[in-house]
Design a protein around this ligand. Structure first.
Ligand code: NAP
Length: 287
């Protein structure tokens, strides 16, 4: 039995869809916080189990009979490390054999402005390694889906306004990461491995503006504002403070070239080239 946590989330849903195309539904379990959000999974024959990373007992019950566990990192930044530790402890107690943990691929967490936000991923990796369980670290690149989140819906009109300087990123689509993850889960031989899962191209925000110009036949500029100007603009849009701070930190990390290396692993596990950023931008902005 393969159990996927975060099964009502965006990555988890993709992984389950891809698994359903490969193995019988009675070999797939899903951890959800709210069973009402999982009716579509129950209808497909997925074994839905209710549990919360904050509640170790609920996880212990949910992980019974599970051989491989895909631990999708929590989206709740309130003590993520503690939540992940609860999941790993429960996996040990429940007799899970192998935990696959979705984390992040970056050059050096210690010199990154994103350390306060992302260090918990690496501390979770250490904890999982020390647990004695077989582990696989799925170090995902930044999702391409963060591009519209950072640039907004009307980017062709507004221009690319983001303080990332000349920083480049090896973005990967959630869809591709989910597909590769499912391929990894249904195959053997991934014990104690770290996989860097990135797109096959690196791209700057100036290049994103150039692609948008080409696709739209408009002149889309790249503006690299000072942080204070960027923060002020986001405040004017009424965005919550947490989102503003996260955007500022990610821009700083990108400017610091934290995510500018490509690896061939994603391509290998997909058996094809990862989707290009041009294809993604064309689809998401309907150009
Ligand atoms: N690489 C990147 O660029 C990037 C970008 C964003 C996020 N991430 C990380 O990757 C993870 C997966 O991405 P995503 O896009 O699928 O995120 P998402 O759509 O926000 O899904 C997060 C999932 O985590 C579940 N969750 C949150 N707190 C939980 C708890 N206390 N107990 C059990 N489950 C809990 C959520 O459950 P509910 O449905 O009940 O809320 C949801 O299913 C995120 O959680 C985050 O850690 C990576």
């Amino acid at each position: 039995m393969i159990l996927v946590t975060g099964a009502t989330g965006q990555l988890g849903q993709i992984v389950i869809e891809k698994l359903l195309a490969k193995i019988p539904s009675n070999q797939i379990a899903a951890l959800v916080r709210d069973a009402n959000k999982a009716e579509h999974l129950i209808a497909k024959g997925v074994n839905v189990r209710v549990g919360d990373y904050q509640n170790g007992e609920s996880l212990l019950a949910a992980f019974q009979g599970v051989e491989k566990l895909l631990l999708i990192s929590s989206s709740d930044f309130n003590d993520r490390l503690g939540q992940h530790k609860n999941a790993i402890d429960a996996a040990v107690k429940a007799g899970v054999k192998h935990v696959f943990y979705t984390c992040v691929t970056m050059n050096d967490i210690n010199s990154s402005p994103l350390k306060p936000l992302l260090e918990e991923h690496f501390l979770t990796e250490d904890y999982l390694k020390a647990s004695g369980l077989s582990y696989t670290f799925l170090q995902n690149s930044l999702y391409a889906e963060v591009i519209p989140m950072f640039l907004g819906e009307n980017v062709v009109e507004t221009g690319v306004f983001f303080p990332a300087g000349d920083g480049e990123v090896a973005f990967a689509l959630r869809e591709d990461l989910g597909e590769a993850t499912a391929n990894i889960l249904v195959s053997e031989g991934h014990e104690n491995q770290t996989y860097n899962l990135t797109g096959s191209e690196i791209i700057s925000f100036a290049e994103i503006a150039a692609i948008l110009s080409e696709l739209s036949d408009e002149s889309v500029s790249y503006i690299n504002p000072e942080n204070e100007v960027f923060e002020g603009a986001l405040k004017q849009f009424g965005l919550p403070e947490g989102i503003i701070q996260m955007s500022v930190l990610f821009a700083a990390g990108i400017k610091n070239n934290d995510f500018n290396k490509t690896y061939d692993r994603l391509e290998k596990f997909l058996g094809r080239k990862p989707t290009s950023i041009k294809t993604y931008l064309k689809a998401v902005y309907k150009l």
